[in-house]
Design a protein around this ligand. Structure first.
Ligand code: AHG
Ligand code: MN
Ligand code: MN
Length: 329
């Protein structure tokens, strides 16, 4: 039987090649441990009584689920102890979490969507955890929101853990995108896909068709073009991380354009820049794809607020390029 490398072996090898990446390798290992905890909890959510709403509304105005709370607390408590981070941003935290209790001279900041796709939890549909790591800015206070006003290109590590039919960890240090699958028996992530590239053919488009009446005429036309002229199949899970992963390995485009539900002509993005769009855009680019808000590359956008939202069109480069062109015309 051919043995595949475990994440630990892979990271140690990485370290021997790039000794200056010591911190990032340790951080990746901590994030993987968090992924294992959340994976275990999501798998037994039904029997452990952690399904359902937590009777709270988050800063986004959305109902918080018990697993959102569990995942957020875990990210905070676990990473606090590592001493690598001075600040954490999370979908479930109104403001920046000061992480310096265990690491006065921490060099990094981390942004999380602790549980993405939480409306799918009770239906046993794939969900995930998304993370984005930047170096600490030296020119602003260590635990300030401004730490997260960094564009996507300056991420040093980004990725996600997807709790699907199996649990996979996908990440990039900026040198290719790698996937590890959790062997539940061993409790170890095993290398399952190295240097993933998005297939050239765009096999799927993923969008919430229920928003058709809320999106712009240009966006409607482009989605019609995908269906009627490109004859691409539709797949939409409603968990960004799962939709993204499928498109990453099968080829596809995910579209969550601006929506205008108040009929004022003001089309607003839903997805969050710091912990949804930016990290996935980093992975897309590393895998030969592209991400845009329609006007600029997601990786070029400089956030100006912690929970900033953005339209997100992400996936196969050629088809995202077409979207950008169509949006200009
Ligand atoms: P979250 O569960 O972290 O709040 O994210 C939900 C997001 C994203 O996962 C998904 O792509 C999108 O919301 C789905 O939105 P719609 O239900 O409007 O399609
Ligand atoms: Mn999310
Ligand atoms: Mn979430």
């Amino acid at each position: 039987m051919a043995l595949v490398p475990t994440l630990t072996q892979y990271l140690i090898e990485q370290l021997s090649k790039h000794p200056n990446q010591r911190d990032l390798v340790l951080i990746m290992s901590d994030l993987a441990a968090i992924g294992k905890y959340i994976s275990r909890e999501t798998n037994r959510a039904g029997i452990a009584g952690v399904r359902g709403a937590a009777d709270a509304i988050n800063v986004q105005g959305e109902e918080v689920q018990k697993l959102d709370v569990f995942s957020n607390e875990l990210c905070k408590d676990y990473l606090c102890r590592t001493g690598h981070f001075c600040a954490m941003a999370s979908e479930e935290e109104d403001t920046v979490v000061d992480m310096r209790g265990f690491g006065e001279d921490a060099h990094y900041v981390v942004a999380f969507d602790p549980l993405d796709g939480s409306s799918n939890i009770d239906a046993n549909v794939s969900i995930g955890t998304i993370f984005s790591v930047h170096r600490k800015r030296g020119d602003v206070a260590p635990a300030s929101a401004e730490q997260f006003f960094q564009n996507g290109l300056s991420q040093v590590l980004a990725g996600y853990v997807l709790y699907g039919s199996s649990t996979v960890l996908v990440f990039s240090f900026g040198d290719g995108v790698h996937e590890f699958t959790l062997d539940q028996g061993l409790g170890e992530f095993l290398l399952s896909n190295e240097r993933i590239m998005i297939p050239n053919t765009c096999s799927y488009y993923s969008t919430n068709e229920g928003n058709t009446s809320y999106i712009s005429e240009k966006d409607r036309r482009f989605i019609e073009y995908l269906k009627m002229e490109q004859k691409i199949s539709a797949r939409y899970i409603g968990s960004l991380v799962a939709d993204f992963h499928r498109n990453l390995v099968k080829g596809g485009i995910f579209l969550y354009p601006g929506v205008d539900k108040s009929d004022t002509g003001d089309y607003k993005g839903k997805l969050r820049l710091n912990y949804e769009a930016k990290p996935l855009a980093f992975l897309a680019q590393q895998a030969g794809g592209r991400a845009t808000d329609g006007m600029q590359d997601i990786l070029d956008i400089m956030p100006s607020s912690l929970h900033q939202r953005t339209p997100l069109i992400i996936g196969n480069k050629d088809i995202v390029d077409e979207y950008i062109l169509a949006n200009k015309s």
